[in-house]
Ligand binder design. Structure first.
Ligand code: F3S
Ligand code: F3S
Length: 114
């Protein structure tokens, strides 16, 4: 199991969560950040610091955001537009910074109006 970043991160990318993660497993894409599900140890340190409450435990995704569980995993498991090889399990971001790519679902995601 893992924590997952959901819809509220899209186009916000506050990044406060990244500073809190002891595993350094929160990666910045283009429109949002993604948690490496196999490197997250479920410590939960990231969840309370996100100002838009975008982070949830995998089983607690709000209705309509379930797809983001798959998108967080897909960010690491698949080559994406603009990236030829999957990121896989890099063992932390190692200060990689913004990677500039998103999954196709996130690329096209239309945030719900508040
Ligand atoms: Fe996104 Fe919140 Fe982190 S907006 S980058 S999940 S602090
Ligand atoms: Fe890091 Fe959050 Fe998991 S702080 S280890 S991504 S629960």
């Amino acid at each position: 199991m893992t924590f997952v970043i959901g819809a509220a991160c899209v186009d916000v990318l506050d990044r406060a969560c990244i500073e809190e993660c002891p595993m350094d497993c929160i990666f910045i894409g283009n429109r949002m950040a993604y948690i490496q599900p196999d490197e997250c140890t479920d410590c939960g340190a990231c969840e309370p610091v996100c100002p838009v409450e975008a982070i949830y435990y995998e089983d607690d995704m709000p209705p309509g955001q379930e797809q983001f569980v798959a998108e967080n995993a897909r960010f690491f498991d698949e080559p994406l537009p603009g990236r030829t090889a999957p990121l896989g399990h890099p063992g932390g971001t190692r200060g990689a910074g913004a990677l500039g790519v998103d999954t196709p679902y996130v690329q096209e995601y239309q945030p719900l109006s508040q």
